[in-house]
Design a protein around this ligand. Sequence first.
Ligand SMILES: Cc1cc2nc3c(=O)[nH]c(=O)nc-3n(C[C@H](O)[C@H](O)[C@H](O)COP(=O)(O)OP(=O)(O)OC[C@H]3O[C@@H](n4cnc5c(N)ncnc54)[C@H](O)[C@@H]3O)c2cc1C
Length: 513
Amino acid sequence: MIIQGAQRTGDVRERADAVVVGTGAGGGTLAAYLAERGWDVVMLEKGGFFRAEDFSQREEDAMADFNGRRGLDSTTDNAIFLNYAEAVGGTTVHYWGDSFRTPEDRLARWREESGLEWMTGDELNPHWDAVEHELGIHVAEEELLNENNRLVRRGCEALGVEAHIPPTARVDCIGCGWTQFGCAYNRKTSQLITTIPRVSKAGGRIYSDARVERILLRDGRAAGVEGVLVDRETELPRGRFRVDADVVVLAAGALGTAELLLRNFDDPTVGRRFYINPHYWVFADFGREIDNVTGIPCAYVVHEWRRVRRSADGEYAGGGYIMLTSHQSPGITAAMLPEAGAAHTERMRRFRRLGSLMSVIDEEHPGRVFLDGGVRKTEYRVRGVDVLKAVDYLRNASRIFLAAGAREVWVPDVYGTVVRSEAELRERITGRSVQPNAQFCAGSHLLGTAPLGADPDDSFAGPTGEAHRVAGLYVADGAALPGSVSVDPSLTIMGAARWIAAGVHERHGRAGA
Ligand SMILES: Cc1cc2nc3c(=O)[nH]c(=O)nc-3n(C[C@H](O)[C@H](O)[C@H](O)COP(=O)(O)OP(=O)(O)OC[C@H]3O[C@@H](n4cnc5c(N)ncnc54)[C@H](O)[C@@H]3O)c2cc1C
């Protein structure tokens, strides 16, 4: 059952076996697992409850309705836009559905550096098999590639670059192209239409517009949570809620989980590292209209440079990112393109001629999340080798578009960088393009702020997901991952959350299992 803030007057008191904070990739997956095994589950979601018919799929509506901080969240220097959703279903309401299992080299790193021995294919494959089945994840159909996708493929084939059509979380997609603003057709298999109804069906209660503020403790153990219910229209409080439970799971996303922990505990491991997979863009003018709007926004992914290459003496020699073909909507594109007035208008006149590719940089230098005067803030600076990765990406993305037949390629920086040849791209694309505020940069893979690990001085929670210092308190979302995944993270988050859920069930199992 979904209970919305506006439907309530007065306070709410609940008792459950488990209370789950956040209804996104991690929370939805874990809650459905437990609820279907006899657990009495309550879920609490700060954002609103939207149905397919509520999604107008207009940028301005979606940003206002369910983007975190109304689509205006950024790092303290305003250099990086942080993109996430606050809604029943979490950021999966927003996401594009590309679904990759964690690469083996990344699992090996987490085993070695974080002591997460269970991060193996043997442990995780059964959970990924289940999630992929439940979400209908499959390699996107050829018909759902738009022209931008096909042009990027052409460029990659011409250059001999490794790239693929990705697995996607959608069933019978009609290819409207606007999924980023909420799927209006119930085809993208976000948590909103998959795990959340399963929790309801198993008797769980899901409160939307319910902002958790406090984690309750009894004898040093987690004992529940409390917070405030709001009316989404008026933003006025409707009452307070309290949920008592033996197991408390935080799955409020890397920002939400960190904020909640920072408000409740003085623990230096929280928010110390904040990964975002910086996204930069390259646009290409093909001199004729191309379709970069319909179909699956990202139905083609360039994997060639996922791993860093090093020279014989260990110096950085390229790579450290993947590239995604990118959804293009007019408002956001206008915000990304450089210049103002007539020059900007001229660029936007060419909107329908533009292809685009974005980066997912596998960063080595994370940022941080902290409270300042009671306000959650983030700091993040693309620096060191990550600058070299960004420049390498800008150049290789430009090469792909030139090989695909683009007339000119635009790096949307304040210098208005345009390249038409290999010589120009070597000369004109430099580190100046990726200085803070020199071009639009975003992060939408938010990770690592309350990580799992064997070392209590370096991680918030132990390998099982249970906090080192608070029994019964678990983390099971993007915050829990030790770092960047090197590919889009949702399937890693879901697989890990399901693995954590199985452990919770085994250790604190309920009758009816
Ligand atoms: C535009 C876009 C496209 C993307 N595309 C892809 C893609 O194609 N493939 C992919 O793998 N990943 C993609 N991602 C990233 C992916 O969606 C996220 O990494 C993933 O959803 C994060 O899961 P999570 O469980 O950590 O948090 P979320 O899914 O963000 O869920 C956290 C929830 O907790 C709620 N919450 C926060 N604080 C509180 C509180 N105090 N009380 C109650 N509730 C709270 C939030 O409102 C939110 O709903 C995309 C992201 C964006 C923005």
